[in-house]
Design a protein. Structure first.
Length: 187
């Protein structure tokens, strides 16, 4: 049975969304193509009609997750024009985000893994970092453009690091919460 272009686009979107969530939860090697396709409600054989390789899917899934994060950040920043960076930090550095990596920041979930992947995945991460730094720098108040960019990079690096550490310390709830609160206080 032939699939319409519209259905093929919806199928691809479903694959990307499923992969994005599962990669963030389990890592790139924590789930295979067959299981991703099954979870997306499609056959394993259909995968290569959409993607040339698992790496292509990994790159697209990460790019999609980064784009969704930027949309949420933009919305939060617009809602708090008096302190857009602080608003984003308060949204990011939460127990809810810590406890739901599949819905959260792809950088906190996968950046270490991405460094060991092929060029397509690394490129998606580099593009995501550039876009994130640009967005944050635009919200930083005062100083030269170079100073605002440095502050944006430092802020994001501290948030991602705090999220990684808070997840690692999740068995010690008070310590995990302390990590998030300490970095949020400094943002």
């Amino acid at each position: 049975m032939r699939v319409t272009r519209e259905q093929a686009a919806l199928n691809r979107e479903r694959i990307v969304e499923t992969a994005s969530r599962r990669f963030r939860e389990r890592g790139f090697e924590g789930i295979g193509v067959a299981d991703l396709m099954k979870e997306a409600g499609l056959t394993h054989g259909g995968f290569y009609g959409h993607f040339g390789s698992k790496e292509d899917l990994m790159a697209e899934a990460c790019a999609a997750a980064l784009a969704r994060s930027r949309e949420r950040w933009d919305k939060s920043a617009r809602a708090h024009p008096e302190d857009p960076v602080g608003a984003v930090a308060r949204m990011y550095l939460t127990p809810r985000h810590r406890d739901a990596p599949g819905d959260g920041c792809v950088m906190a979930a996968l950046a270490a893994d991405a460094a060991r992947q092929g060029p397509a995945v690394r490129h998606a991460f580099v593009q995501g970092l550039r876009s994130t730094f640009d967005s944050l720098a635009a919200w930083v108040k005062g100083g030269t453009p170079a100073a605002r960019r440095r502050k944006a990079i430092a802020a994001y690096a501290s948030w991602v690091g705090a999220m990684v550490l808070a997840r690692a310390a999740a068995d010690d709830a008070p310590l995990s919460k302390e990590i998030l609160e300490a970095v949020a206080h400094e943002s």
